[in-house]
Design a protein around this ligand. Structure first.
Ligand SMILES: [Mn+2]
Length: 404
């Protein structure tokens, strides 16, 4: 049996006013071919299907299109919700999708058995059990443990998540015996994970992340979503983030995008291997003096199917207004399909005063998450971090309720 682990599709993502529609479609085309050629039995998508809780109609259409095409392959699809997804939006068509062999678990289910999915090989033998746990919201965790019993908020969150998984593992052991491999899905922030600039924080008060020892020893593989850089956690090959399939931010430009393929035989995981996703677009940062940048741009050749996205940083010794003007002219004079400049800035080292102009790190309001907007607003009112943390916590709870 072969299982593919992917996550963080972020359908509908906008990067500096550019939509990444073509990027995700090229990934879908490639994934479909891969699944057909390799006879993949099960596809796991560990959360953040959409970038926004209320995705645009075009993005919803892309989602159903890819699900329809996947449903023609005989592969079982298991999708769980992430912190970006709306629970009710993902769950709404779940009965209909069941018919197509697609299981969607948008949010924690009251009947825990819904999140336990046995997988059979083509001879009908039980090969493994998938524990389809979505991103756990406050209301999923609250009944599990009383916050007042714990020392800190972070302890409470981590204990509640551990207990949530532990109870499910016990259910599986009870139902299928303790020998059956358990492949658990999770949309979690694990301690030690290397983050990019494109993830949103998920549990306030848990800045350090969850320790990997909270993962029940009976879980044979942890298919994680949330962090966009592919990586293993605590040097364990079986606790993994597969990362996002598409470049969602300039900070991800050096990553190799991948899916993870698991092979099972006679109720044992025999192989865990990353498979590289062909790169469809280059994101590159070009830094140097104005003339260095100019020559780098004139010799730039795009080797990938989609127009490259560039970030330009000009660094000059002496402050010179003419250089600012020259950079503006350079940028506005660029035509052609090779690349687009999404970000540019100029800094002067003179007197160690860094003066930046134009677009530097600023994002448009459409690119900020509601939480980022709230945090920016907070900085205008108070500098008391304790109050801010509490307000952020309450705000995140409100967001969850809206996104339900
Ligand atoms: Mn994500």
């Amino acid at each position: 049996m072969k299982i593919v682990h992917t996550a963080d599709w972020h359908i509908g993502k906008i990067l500096h006013n550019q939509d990444l529609h073509e990027d995700i479609h090229l990934f879908f085309d490639w994934l479909l071919e891969y699944i057909k050629e390799e006879n993949i039995d099960v596809l796991l998508v560990s959360g953040d299907i959409f970038d926004l809780a209320n995705p645009a109609n075009r993005d919803i259409k892309s989602y159903y299109q890819v699900l329809y095409k996947l449903s023609l392959t005989k592969t079982k699809i298991i999708i769980t919700g992430g912190n970006h997804d709306s629970v009710s939006h993902l769950d709404a068509p779940s009965h209909l999708l069941d018919v197509l062999n697609i299981v969607v678990i948008g949010g924690g289910r009251e009947d825990r058995n819904d999140m336990i999915i046995p997988c059979f090989d083509n001879t009908g033998q039980l090969e493994c059990v998938i524990l389809a746990v979505p991103f756990l919201r406050d209301k999923d965790l609250r009944p599990t443990i009383k916050a007042s019993e714990m020392n800190t908020k972070s302890d409470a969150i981590s204990e509640a998540i551990k207990k949530y998984y532990d109870e499910l593992v016990e259910l599986i052991n009870h139902k299928y015996g303790s020998e059956i491999p358990i492949i658990a899905m999770g949309h979690l922030f694990m301690h030690g994970a290397i983050t990019s600039d494109s993830e949103r924080e998920i549990h306030v008060g848990n800045l350090e992340g969850l320790q990997s020892d909270i993962i029940h020893p009976d879980i044979d593989y942890m298919a994680l979503g949330h962090i966009h850089k592919p990586q293993t956690i605590g040097a364990k090959a079986n606790i993994r983030y597969c990362g996002s399939p598409v470049f969602l931010d300039f900070s991800e430009r050096e990553y190799e995008k991948r899916i993870i393929v698991l092979e099972l035989e006679n109720q044992k995981i025999t192989n865990i291997k990353p498979v590289a996703i062909p790169k469809s677009r280059e994101l590159r940062k070009i830094a140097g003096t104005l003339s260095e940048v100019e020559s780098a741009l004139s010799s730039y050749r795009n080797e990938y199917p989609l127009t490259a996205f560039l970030e330009i940083e000009v660094i000059e010794e002496k402050k010179d207004i003419l250089k600012i003007q020259a950079l503006d002219n350079l940028i506005s004079g660029i035509v052609g399909e090779e690349f687009k400049i999404l970000k540019h800035r100029i800094s002067f080292l003179e007197n160690r005063i860094i003066t930046s102009t134009l677009q530097d790190e600023t994002k448009t309001i459409q690119e900020l998450s509601p939480l980022e907007v709230f945090k920016l607003k907070l900085t205008e009112y108070t500098e008391n971090e304790t109050i801010n943390d509490d307000l952020i916590y309450i705000y995140m709870q409100l967001l969850e309720e809206i996104n339900d």
